[in-house]
Design a binder for this molecule. Structure first.
Ligand code: ZN
Length: 207
């Protein structure tokens, strides 16, 4: 009886070596870590498909939990098994954009000139409204979101200005200073302060 490699989809029969209770060919052993080899057998599908299945959890922690690895390992696997347009391993953000984000049309929000210095805070606010948002993995001053400009204006405190730079690209800056008619300030006149028992008036000069 010929034994074939136990990796799903692989039919190699030569140079098999046993790893735990399974047999793997040389190609598979050099392509994958032991952990990945065993997972593929357990799930009966290639690691890419296992990672894609885990997308129902939408975030790295849930996905890593489903696969049974740390999210650091998950990031490493995404980098190893998924390539971006430049042929480089994908970051989690790139993976999310390509495989998780449903809306294909996102706007790019540049917050460099705004008073917001916490992109994660903005992202959380947008997500709380049920919209998609993520921080650009190359530059944390850029947020990609499916929220519309009017939704952003509404949900961000301080009504920041959102200027259109080009199609789908907006820059956020602080709103212009508003001038209000100030109520006259009451000036309390401290004319004297009693110190101890001496009752010596101390006069404050006013400019
Ligand atoms: Zn194989």
């Amino acid at each position: 009886m010929t034994i074939t490699c136990n990796s799903p989809g692989c039919s190699n029969t030569s140079n098999l070596k046993s790893v735990e209770d399974s047999y793997f060919c040389e190609d598979c052993r050099s392509a994958h870590s032991k952990n990945v080899l065993m997972l593929q057998v357990e799930h009966e599908k290639p690691i890419r498909d296992i990672i894609l299945d885990s997308r129902i959890f939408k975030n790295a922690n849930g996905m890593a939990d489903y696969i049974g690895v740390t999210f650091v390992t998950l990031y490493d696997w995404i980098r190893k098994y998924f390539l971006n347009e430049e042929g480089e391993g994908m970051t989690f953000q790139e993976f999310r954009r390509d495989f998780i984000c449903k809306p294909k049309k996102c706007i790019l929000l540049d917050i460099r000139k705004s008073t917001y210095h916490r992109p994660d805070y903005i992202v959380r606010k947008i997500r709380n409204r049920g919209k998609c948002a993520c921080i650009n993995s190359m530059n944390s001053s850029y947020i990609m979101t499916s929220a519309t400009i009017s939704e952003l204006r509404e949900l961000l405190a301080g009504s920041p200005e959102l200027k259109k730079v080009s199609d789908g690209y907006y820059a956020m800056s602080p709103s212009p200073v508003k001038f209000f008619h100030a109520k006259p300030v009451k000036i309390i006149n401290f004319s004297a302060v009693h110190i101890g028992m001496s009752y010596t008036p101390v006069h404050f000069s006013r400019l």
